[in-house]
Design a protein around this ligand. Sequence first.
Ligand SMILES: Cc1ncc(C[n+]2csc(CCO)c2C)c(N)n1
Length: 236
Amino acid sequence: MSKLPAPAADGFCAQAWEHTAQLRKAIVEHPFNTGLADGTLDREVFAFYIVQDARYLVGFAQALAAAATRAGNAEDAAFLSGAAQGALVEERRLHAGYVTEFGLTDEEIAGIGTSPSCLAYTSYLRACALTESYPVLLAAVLPCFWVYQHVGSAILESTGDTSGHPYRAWIETYADDAFAEAVLTARELTDRAAATADAETRQQMLEAYIRATEYEWMFWNSAWIKEEWPTAAFLG
Ligand SMILES: Cc1ncc(C[n+]2csc(CCO)c2C)c(N)n1
């Protein structure tokens, strides 16, 4: 299943998807992702992205685990805590992969600072987990699932056969059928939460979904420019 079925026409997801159409196009067309698709992306840029992504996954998993504690039934809690665990397993896999793929030692990895955009995104998700309602928290974590599936399947469509592709593992992870199933469940949970939410909460959900999608763009862009803290020079 590379392309997902459309969400329920009158639900929150359909509204959020429509609101972010231009931003999503900008994400797919970002030079990081076109380079990932055609294989020309600089290895160092990709390594920067992977290190930051491992940091991101920890914050994302914490937000999902917090959502799991607030789910209204065991099935939703199982999905959210399973996704939290999946993100942490992925973090461990990426971490182990650095050593072999990029030749980075544990000390070197620990010495790489978390980029401003990565910290902003993860801090935002953690803040939503602590201070926002359950429906708003779901809306904030949804772009992580949905936008990645969209980008992964768009890239797979443009590459076709991935054998021999330098970024094959990444493409196959996010264009995978099991991952598409998880996206459908995340969407369904969010639509269900929105259906019983009041108008103000629904508006906050839309804002959270848009903000997190903006952070998705910023995350890719920050890897592309190898974003540094503008204050780095003042700290030796
Ligand atoms: C910045 C950033 N955003 C989204 C993902 C995608 N992602 C990470 S874990 C997970 C599912 C939970 O198990 C998904 C969809 C990523 N890797 N990095």
